[in-house]
Design a protein around this ligand. Structure first.
Ligand code: SF4
Length: 232
């Protein structure tokens, strides 16, 4: 399991001003003040782990000892042996500030939070792909009430893979399985095609699908390369 934070990238104010259609000079000044505050305090974070599919049934998979029941999840993970559960968040620092008495400002603030969530998620995805030599990947997120989908209630199982997520990255799960901060996402990243190079950077023991030995030197060099956009 690894926590990623200290992303070098910052939100882009011009893109936000355009997207939110803020043209009025007074509004621009107000937004700029808000943006500066956000830039100072924002600490987006992400966490992931290597998960191994230990068992499969008609409508379930077992990942690191935890059973997930969903036909579509089972189907999508058919070709994967190693997958990457993750959670990314804008961070509690941004979430602790509210503009409850001002609807527009709250909307602007939420848009800034979304930018920082995207920074956490995109950096996380890029990091995992580099670190584990993944080519084509896809993601699945819990949610949806249709039979066969991956029910939102299985956020509980997903969170249980990590232990105390609130202590690790500040994300809490409510009784109804929503995440706090509201600008947080969780899911599973998985390779969609067999790429045997990945075995060189996989420490799974006793894998019947292994096609190459674990390569410690390659593993270390990828760790350095993948960390370039993250401050220590
Ligand atoms: S050893 Fe290779 S096939 Fe087995 S889980 Fe790791 S990457 Fe997948």
């Amino acid at each position: 399991m690894q926590v990623l934070s200290g992303f070098v990238e910052r939100a882009d104010i011009s893109e936000l001003l355009n997207r939110l259609k803020i043209c009025d000079e007074y509004d621009k000044l107000e937004f700029e003040k808000m943006f500066e505050l956000a830039s100072e305090i924002a600490r987006p974070k992400a966490i992931y782990l290597e998960g191994y599919i230990e068992d499969r049934g008609e409508d379930f998979v077992v990942i690191n000892g935890v059973k997930f029941t969903s036909r579509i999840l089972k189907k999508n993970l058919e070709k994967a042996d190693r997958i990457f559960p993750y959670i990314a968040t804008c961070g509690t620092e941004l979430d602790s500030i509210k503009f409850s008495d001002d609807f527009i400002k709250q909307y602007w603030w939420d848009s800034i939070k979304t930018c920082y969530l995207n920074i956490a998620r995109e950096n996380l995805m890029e990091y995992i792909k580099k670190r584990f030599m993944l080519k084509k990947t896809s993601t699945m997120v819990p949610g949806g009430s249709e039979p066969g989908l991956w029910p939102i209630e299985q956020q509980k199982e997903l969170f249980s893979l990590f232990g105390d997520v609130e202590r690790l990255i500040g994300v809490k799960l409510t009784e109804s399985c929503l995440m706090i901060p509201n600008k947080s996402v969780s899911g599973i990243l998985f390779p969609v095609e067999k790429d045997f190079n990945g075995c060189k950077v996989c420490r799974r023991k006793n894998c019947s699908g292994r096609s190459a030995e674990f390569d410690e030197v390659l593993w270390r060099s990828l760790e350095i390369e993948a960390s370039l956009r993250i401050k220590k």
